[in-house]
Design a protein around this ligand. Structure first.
Ligand code: K1U
Ligand code: ZN
Length: 185
C-alpha cells in the first residue's frame, strides 16, 4: 500500500469528470487500498480517486474518526476507535429526502477551509463494494453528507462551488498560500 499525494485546488484535474469502473479487479482493490492509506494518513474521513489524480468512480470512507475520540471507556482509558473502512465503486444516488441539513464541511483538496453546506439529510445509494458485490442502502447524517461530498468529486464538483464567488476565490488563495508555506518549511 502506498500513500499518494493529494491534489489541491486550483489543480484542474479536480474538475475532471470521473469514469465508471468496468469491473472490480485486484487492480481496483490495490487503488482502494492506496486511497485508504492516503486518507488515514491525511487524516480524513473520505477520499475520491480523482483527489489522487485517478479519474475513476471510486470512493473510500471511514467515519469512525468523526466520533469524539476523547470519549472514555469503562476502565477510564482513552477509547481507540476501531477502523471501519467502506469502499464504493460506481456509486449512484437512487433517492434523496427533501429535508436539508447544514454541516460544516472540509476537504483534503482544500486544506484549512471549512464552511457550512446544506444537503439532503438521507440518501438511498447503490454501489459495488470491495469485492464487487452490489449494495443498496440508506445513508443518514454524516454518512449522507460525506457520500454526497465524495460523489460531487466524481463529477468535478467541490464544496466551495456552492459558496459565493468571493468566498470561493478567497478559499483558493488561502490554499495556495498554505501550500507555499509548506514548500519553505
Ligand atoms: O477531501 C475529502 O473529500 C475528505 C473530507 C470528507 C468530508 C469531511 C467533512 C464533510 C464532508 C466530507 C475530509 O475528510 S476533511 C477532514 C475531516 O473532516 C476530518 C479529519 C480528521 C478527523 C475528522 C474529520
Ligand atoms: Zn473533498
Amino acid at each position: 500500500m502506498t500513500i499518494r499525494p493529494i491534489l489541491t485546488v486550483p489543480n484542474p484535474v479536480l474538475k475532471q469528470v470521473s469514469k465508471p469502473v468496468a469491473e472490480v479487479t485486484d487492480e481496483t482493490r490495490a487503488l482502494m487500498d492506496d486511497m485508504l492509506e492516503t486518507m488515514y494518513d491525511a487524516p480524513g474521513i473520505g477520499l475520491a480517486a480523482i483527489q489522487i489524480g485517478v479519474p475513476l468512480n471510486v470512493i473510500v470512507m471511514d467515519l469512525v474518526k468523526d466520533k469524539d475520540e476523547s470519549e472514555d471507556n469503562d476502565r477510564g482509558d482513552e477509547k481507540t476507535p476501531e477502523p471501519n473502512p467502506k469502499f464504493f465503486v460506481n456509486p449512484e444516488i437512487l433517492e434523496a429526502v427533501d429535508e436539508l441539513r447544514p454541516y460544516e464541511e472540509g476537504c483534503l483538496s482544500i486544506p484549512e477551509v471549512y464552511d457550512e453546506i446544506e444537503r439532503p439529510n438521507r440518501v438511498k445509494i447503490r454501489y459495488l463494494d470491495y469485492h464487487g458485490k452490489e449494495v443498496v442502502e440508506w445513508a443518514e447524517g454524516i454518512y449522507a453528507v460525506c457520500i454526497q461530498h465524495e460523489m460531487d468529486h466524481l463529477k468535478g464538483v467541490l464544496f466551495i462551488d456552492y459558496l459565493s464567488r468571493l468566498k470561493r476565490s478567497r478559499a483558493v488563495k488561502k490554499v495556495q498560500k498554505f501550500e507555499k508555506s509548506k514548500d519553505v518549511a
